[in-house]
Design a protein around this ligand. Structure first.
Ligand code: GLN
Ligand code: ZN
Length: 557
């Protein structure tokens, strides 16, 4: 029987570690063989203790933490089973079988038939079958291994261990060739991109002046009322919008007609926002099917699958794009839509981009370059877009980072390094603009309080966050930390079709004022509105604008 204990990879309180022995003594049964299964990180420091548990086998994630092999040779008994998780269950790349074999040979010599081979973790995180991705271009297709292919790799490894490398010469040669082709591919290596990342200096990750000076300039240029109102980006994705996008993608709708339909959706969104009296408008994101895929499709180094679905949470599935090579932005991605939207209104139009950390976090990422380097490549591509938006007259630009916190490593000790490069990547994307251009960011579903210094280090002029479901409780941390820039705490929950009345939102805003100074408080929903209908959206935003107006009167009194 397999017992999953990925918790062993975390920083555990001593009492928990000490209670393992009594827990497993209680679980064990005379005729039961237990396989204690760990993954995602090293459990090296627990190995001497694990060896005393009444279990017959131990599974280690040797893809993520290969250094555990040496520790296991030292501490894990020879007369128990070692399950070697050597094929990475969390990525989509073919394994370097020759290298894995070299890793396995000393283990095989030591444990013999008690050595088991396995994926590093459950295959839940991996799509099913790469062989059906017929539209994926070569050479990328040949570099991939989904669940089915990974099981094939385990078979190859087993036969090579038992019968010698020669018995599997063909499979091993193919693996070598895939590795080599990835290493040498001009699609993977763009020297100009590498050089640009290498040439980054401190000033590239910094606005020209500090927030205090910038905000004065932005106030002058934007001339917004107190407690300005805005939304998070998307407006309802109506059936017409979805159908138009799908037909365009299938080639059934020609570009000029498609553009016209999207412009109609943008025009409607702008007119609605003007009628509602919102202060900073958005174009509504009608042209976007997904906030990562939309940008990935326009960047080099990205590939897309037709069937590469994986479970996200509960019954939700996502189809993450694949970052296989150096990332660059050949041409502007959002400027035309945003410029068009701005041309329709004298109010400020907010440009809308997905941030580098979220682009990284919600993709399958190449394993031949550090995540930090990939994030910086993404950041530079987005920086070009931010600069182009500014040049097109856009004065407010939002760079969404809802996945910022998702990248946190399991171990506390590794947090600081991640937070440092993640915040830097965001700043690289945001710092190419003038001081009177206002940068927003947005995060949702987040526990912020333990990473507030890093959120402050992103140095966005304005951050909008999800707070309504916690009745502004999440804001308390921002107050205690004395968060220095502007904040838009969401005043209503966009996940529900319910239209809250203005009084409810006003009450939340009064609570927010206890924590955030008036001149730094924005009024907005929790998140984007793409899953809502127009009726409820109109109703809720009308009440939201009323609440902001009521607050303005109240404070003026
Ligand atoms: N701008 C995006 C939207 O409004 C943000 C979505 C998100 O936070 N996940 O849809
Ligand atoms: Zn959100």
């Amino acid at each position: 029987m397999q017992i999953d204990e990925p918790v062993l990879a975390l920083d555990l309180p001593d009492a928990w570690v000490q209670s393992l022995k009594s827990a497993y003594d209680a679980i064990t049964q005379p005729h039961l063989q237990l396989m204690l299964t760990t993954y995602f990180e090293s459990v090296e420091r627990h190995l001497p203790l694990l060896a005393t548990l009444p279990v017959q086998g131990l599974h280690l994630d040797l893809a993520r933490a290969p250094q555990q092999a040496a520790a296991a040779l030292k501490h894990w008994p020879r007369n128990k089973v070692l399950s070697a998780g050597v094929v990475d269950g969390r990525n989509i790349w073919r394994a370097d079988l020759r290298a894995v074999l070299a890793q396995l040979k000393p283990l095989h010599a030591h444990w013999g038939h008690r050595l088991w081979l396995a994926p590093s973790c459950s295959l839940l995180h991996c799509p099913v079958d790469a062989s059906v991705e017929l539209r994926l271009h070569e050479p990328v297709r040949g570099w991939l291994a989904f669940a089915v292919q990974k099981l094939g790799e385990l078979g190859t490894l087993k036969r090579a261990l038992l019968d010698g490398d020669a018995a599997e010469a063909k499979a091993l040669d193919e693996s070598d060739m895939a590795q080599k082709s990835r290493r040498l591919s001009p699609q993977v290596n763009q020297p100009a991109v590498r050089a640009r990342v290498a040439a980054l200096v401190a000033a590239d990750a910094q606005r020209t002046q500090a927030y205090a000076q910038r905000s004065a300039q932005q106030r002058k240029r934007l001339a917004l009322p107190p407690f300005p109102t805005t939304t998070i980006g998307s407006f309802p994705q109506t059936n017409e919008i979805r159908v138009a996008r799908a037909r365009f993608k299938r080639g059934e709708l020609r570009e000029p007609l498609y553009r016209e339909q999207m412009q109609q959706a943008i025009t409607q969104a702008v007119r609605e926002q003007e009628a509602l009296g919102l202060d900073v408008l958005v174009h509504g994101e009608a042209e976007r099917n997904d906030m990562v895929e939309y940008f990935g499709e326009q960047l080099s180094g990205y590939a897309f699958t037709d069937n590469g679905w994986v479970q996200s949470y509960g019954s939700r599935c996502v189809k993450p794009p694949i970052i296989y090579g150096d990332v660059a932005r050949p041409v502007a991605m959002t400027v035309e839509w945003t410029r068009y939207a701005q041309s329709l209104t004298p109010r400020w139009m907010k440009g809308m981009l997905t941030g580098p950390v979220t682009m990284l976090q919600w993709s399958f990422v190449r394993d031949d370059l550090s995540r930090e380097q990939v994030a910086l490549q993404l950041a530079l591509a987005l920086r070009d877009e931010v600069v182009d938006l500014e040049a097109a007259g856009i004065a407010v630009i939002q760079i969404d980072e809802p996945a910022f916190r998702e990248g946190l490593p399991l171990r506390r000790a590794d947090w600081a390094a991640y937070l440092e490069w993640a915040a830097r990547a965001f700043r690289v994307s945001a710092s190419g603009v003038r001081d009177d251009t206002q940068i927003h960011t947005h995060m949702c579903y987040s526990e912020f309080n333990d990473i507030l210094p890093s959120i402050a280090a992103m140095d966005a002029d304005v951050i909008t966050i999800e707070t309504s479901r916690s009745q502004m409780e999440l804001l308390r941390g921002f107050g205690e930390f004395a968060y220095p820039n502007e904040i838009g705490p969401g005043v209503y929950d966009i996940h529900s079709p319910r239209v809250p009345d203005a009084g409810e939102m006003l009450a939340l805003l009064r609570k927010a004022r206890e924590v955030i100074p008036d001149e730094r408080l924005w009024v907005n929903p929790d998140c984007g509105l793409k899953t809502r209908g127009w009726d409820e959206t109109r109703g809720a935003l009308r009440h939201m604008v009323e609440a902001a107006q009521a607050l303005r009167r109240e404070v003026a009194l």
